[in-house]
Write a protein that binds this ligand. Structure first.
Ligand code: PNS
Length: 166
């Protein structure tokens, strides 16, 4: 019964990493329909545009038939209401994630008491992986091929090579 609900995995995905993909794959085995919702947040400066982040996620999840990639702007709680969902998925890597995630889960519940957040742990290989770290490694010419989907690796290479050439 509960597996039939629409679940939303929100995030910045700037860019998507193998850690994000691990959470998406785990969710796709647990739930029938997953919406990966890319935040169009004008308060944050992103390396990749919304369009690029959507394309990268679409390409990386194309084999997962119950996963849809889309974007949202404004409050996540309002977006959930619009699409008639009340379950969020978030990844928890290490204890350091806990405070931020706890605050976000409780704030979303404060905005709408129906909202539940389900936390999934990625494979331990991704415990210390973050989009920020991946960008820093790529920026200094390091190899990120084991950390991100192929299309993301290519995009990072292009972005930072162009940046270096300028
Ligand atoms: O990948 P991130 O950056 O940790 O994702 C954070 C995100 C986008 C899920 C969060 O910032 C968010 O929900 N933003 C939308 C605005 C909102 O609803 N803010 C209040 C959440 S407590």
């Amino acid at each position: 019964m509960s597996q039939e609900i629409l679940v939303v995995y929100p995030g910045s995905f700037d860019p998507p990493t193998n850690g994000h993909l691990d959470i998406i794959e785990r969710s796709s085995k647990l739930f029938l329909k997953i919406v990966v919702a890319v935040a169009d947040n004008c308060n944050k400066r992103h390396t990749f545009s919304l369009k690029e982040r959507l394309q990268l996620l679409q390409e990386s999840t194309k084999s997962l038939k119950n996963v849809k990639v889309t974007s949202f702007s404004g409050l996540l709680a309002d977006y959930l209401e619009q699409i008639n969902s009340f379950v969020l998925i978030r990844g928890l890597r290490a204890i350091s994630d806990f405070e931020y995630e706890f605050q976000m889960a409780l704030m979303n519940r404060n905005l709408n008491k129906k909202i539940e957040t389900v936390f999934l742990m990625p494979d331990q290989a991704y415990t210390f992986l973050s989009s920020g770290m991946v960008k820093e490694i790529a920026m200094f010419g390091g190899n990120v091929s084991s950390l991100v989907p192929k299309c993301v690796g290519e995009k990072l290479k292009k972005r930072f090579c162009e940046h270096i050439k300028k």
